[in-house]
Design a protein around this ligand. Sequence first.
Ligand SMILES: [Zn+2]
Ligand SMILES: [Zn+2]
Length: 355
Amino acid sequence: MAKNYYEILEVDKSASQDEIKKAFRKIAHKYHPDKGAGNEAKFKEASEAYSILSDEKKRQQYDTYGSAGPNQGGGGGFNPGDFDFSGFGGAEGFDFGDIFGDIFGGGGGRRQQQKRGRDIQVDIELDFKDSIFGTTRKVLVSKDSTCASCKGTGAEKDTETITCAKCGGKGHIKEARNTFFGQFMTDTVCSECKGEGWIPKTKCKECKGAGVRHEQEEINIEVPVGIENGEMIRFPGKGEAVSGGITGDLYVKVRVKKHSLFRKEGTNLYADIDVKLTDAILGGEYNLETLEGNLIVKIPDGIQSGEVLRIKGKGVPYSKNGSRGDVYLTVKITTPKKLSKAARKTIEELREEGL
Ligand SMILES: [Zn+2]
Ligand SMILES: [Zn+2]
């Protein structure tokens, strides 16, 4: 029994060409064998249905003779093997590349995407202090860069340009492409002129006409203040160059070394400090080694273990006018492990007092 092409494409018998095209596009996307959930049999079936219904003459014939078809008994109707995709182009205004361009991805067609150089990633490691206050770094990146001599044109200075012989100045070449279900035409960017349609009469000596050169480039990295561990800084256009396309980006991934005392949370810094028992009882001073030199912190008398001291404005800078977060110090009171005879006596007196 022959197939119902309308059912296969899930359209009404009265569907317009536009609806048929849309329906086929949807099904082709769904069942394309290159896709994970592809189904070659269904895809072929839909292609077959589309080949008939998209052609008004064939459609009419199909509608008139019904699913039996005019060739019934004579050979079994439509034979997918005869199906020639290259046949139904142009004349009916059907652009094969239009439908398949996005399925095959970048293969060709009119929606040729502009080429783009690769993105590059480099990792840098920063001291904790540099992550708080920002710093500059130089990184050496080995990459394809735009040729400085010809500025990427590939042409020797003041040379004439001539029409590319390979593509005849069109910049792209029509090529037959074989797929499992047949052959069709694709547009590919001309490899000789890289889509420009012209080539220099004399090629740039520095890059041999490539427009790019593999070089080592030293790049200055401005690390902003307050950067987090694992954060990525993007430098647009600092990636790899590609002839006739856009340069990729450079991504700098920052790893921040741990600090022996401070932890960062947002714009504040946190640390635990060991306070002597006597300082905790009588009050005193604590010599804090900050990221910017020493700071004497006043310990109020009678402070408890776990109490938090706040130092205003010594945290992470967060605005251009010099605003900064705070430093929070959690007090850990240290109990002496060894006592002199005299000290022991004094402490025992304290105990007698009930302390
Ligand atoms: Zn050059
Ligand atoms: Zn060309």
